[in-house]
Design a protein around this ligand. Structure first.
Ligand code: NAP
Ligand code: MG
Length: 484
């Protein structure tokens, strides 16, 4: 792994130690403040995708377990959490934030072991941002009337929350922190392949001494998410995941009158104008698509380059791809970790084959891959056309599809020619061009001369088939409140 090649300096292995983590052989469900056994007997292994070794056994919840969790949340909502003085609620949420910070090293290692992302990312991005979300929303708990003046903010009740595997703890924080701050209680289902940090968060919630039932965490596969979302006694649904599942949820909720937010897929355009600072833009493109193995809903998976700088940009991207290190996620030198699951790797590989079959030109570095585990080289396709499936469909892997343009009108048309509308990036040294682009691109988040920047105060969410509703900032609070 990481053998020196022409383009790789021979770096000494710098493995993060696993000594600080405590991993149980088997985990139950976190319901009503306790870890409990399921009413059924099914368990499954969660594995390390970097070597396919088993980590822990996770419980498959039954519909009876789901019902128990919802009842615990309802009871806590009515008797404790919604009646508590908001400043007291805020203190509990602050406590969670502090405990995440204190245990950040263990959380980062677990996130990397279970999900495959480089330790550098879980340590420097996922875990600090998760703590930041709890800090941010703790601050709002007793200021809701100032956030929404004359609108009599009231909680909604029990929130059913289902999250994906790409940012496991961070997605849990995005969902739990605003729900609690607004006085709601929660039942959360993490993704089947990445439940460990959610279960660790359950331990933190116990340590923070939250009233029993304020947060419940139930594990299992898709059908568990489905029975949670369809439970008659939940008041609000918050889902992050694929557009396909999001559509089925929306259909099922159509006549229920329940509040919902859906954060779904994306196929973002990253646009480089000839007047852009090219080196920074190339860094942004590499970050935009290869960060977290491209397992990012807002990944800049479509690159549009102004024709006059095309050759220069492509050469620079190739040079940069050649120096990326793919391998052991616990190594601090690693840039690209393991693909989250065998299933996801098969999807990405199919798209790579398809890209070549569609006539696009493939570029991958000459980088050795480990023998076991799920791996994908950073991949770039040039000579891509608008009609190619690799430029239309979400791949959710480290695969970039490059096209060119000559005019602003042309690139806006091409960038907006997608069923998604989550994010976009623009690279230029002209402020006026930035404003022109941001007002015409149909995307929920647009970055200018940067990419993949997140902050708890800034709302995030999509248009069209990328879903609706916003998480983060005041918009994220409003999603958990009844407002006059
Ligand atoms: P997914 O299959 O939709 O799964 C997401 C979550 O929903 C998982 O916990 C999953 O459980 C559960 N689930 C599956 N079927 C369900 C059903 N019928 N009813 C209720 N819950 C169900 O998505 P994924 O493939 O794991 O995640 C990748 C997708 O998420 C990508 O499309 C990506 O763009 C999107 N995403 C969007 C955002 C955003 O903010 N817009 C952020 C991150 C990811 P299992 O784990 O057991 O399948
Ligand atoms: Mg795993």
């Amino acid at each position: 792994m990481n053998q020196p090649t022409d383009n790789h300096w021979p770096l000494t292995e710098a493995l993060e130690s696993r000594e600080s983590i405590r991993l149980a052989k088997s985990y139950g469900l976190f319901v009503n403040g306790q870890f409990i056994r399921s009413s059924g007997s099914k368990k499954y292994w969660t594995i390390n995708p970097a070597n396919e070794k088993r980590l822990s056994r996770i419980t498959e919840s039954t519909p009876k377990d789901v019902d128990r969790a919802v009842r615990a949340a309802r009871n806590c909502y009515e008797k404790h959490w919604s009646r508590m003085k908001p400043s007291e609620r805020g203190k509990y949420i602050y406590r969670i934030a502090r405990l995440i910070q204190e245990q950040s090293r263990e959380l980062a290692i677990l996130e990397t072991l279970d999900g495959g992302k480089p330790i550098r990312e879980s340590r420097d991005i996922d875990i600090p941002l998760a703590a930041a979300h709890f800090f941010y929303y703790a601050g709002w708990a007793d200021k809701l009337k100032y956030a929404f003046p004359n609108r009599n903010p009231r909680p909604l009740g029990v929130a059913a929350q289902v999250i994906p595997w790409n940012f496991p703890l961070l997605m849990a924080a995005w969902k739990i922190a605003p729900a609690l701050a607004c006085g709601n209680t929660v039942v959360l289902k993490p993704a089947e392949t990445t439940s460990l940090t959610a279960l660790k968060l359950a331990e933190i919630i116990q340590q923070a001494d939250l009233p029993a039932g304020a947060v419940n965490i139930i594990t299992g596969h898709g059908p568990v998410g489905q029975s949670l979302i369809q439970h008659p006694d939940v008041d609000k649904i918050a889902f992050t995941g694929s557009t396909h599942v999001g559509k089925s949820i929306q259909t099922a909720l159509a006549t229920s009158g329940k509040r919902s937010t859906l954060e779904l897929g994306g196929k973002a355009a990253n646009i480089i104008f000839a007047d852009a600072p090219i080196d920074q833009a190339v860094e942004g493109v590499v970050n935009g698509i290869y960060f977290n193995q491209g397992h990012v809903c807002c990944a800049g998976s479509r690159l549009f380059v102004e024709e006059s700088v095309y050759d220069q940009v492509i050469e620079k991207i190739k040079d940069r791809i050649d120096t990326l290190r793919v391998g052991e996620p616990l190594d601090k030198n690693t840039d690209i970790g393991a693909i989250n699951s065998k299933k996801q790797l098969a999807i990405i590989d199919q798209y790579i084959e398809l890209g070549t079959a569609e006539g696009a030109h493939l570029y991958q570095p000459d980088c050795p891959l480990p023998d076991s585990g799920f791996w994908c080289l950073p991949t770039m396709f040039t000579d891509v056309s608008q009609s190619n499936r690799i430029s239309r469909e979400e791949i959710f892997g480290p695969v970039l599809a490059v096209q060119t343009f000559r005019t602003v009108a042309e690139v806006i048309k091409k960038a907006n020619n997608t069923r998604y509308g989550l994010s976009a990036g623009v690279w230029t040294n002209k402020g006026s061009k930035i404003f022109n682009m941001t007002s015409q691109l149909k995307a929920g988040v647009i970055w200018a001369n940067t990419y993949n920047q997140f902050d708890p105060a800034s709302p995030f969410g999509g248009y069209k088939e990328s879903g609706f509703g916003r998480e983060g900032g005041l918009h994220g609070l409003a999603a958990y409140l009844a407002l006059k």
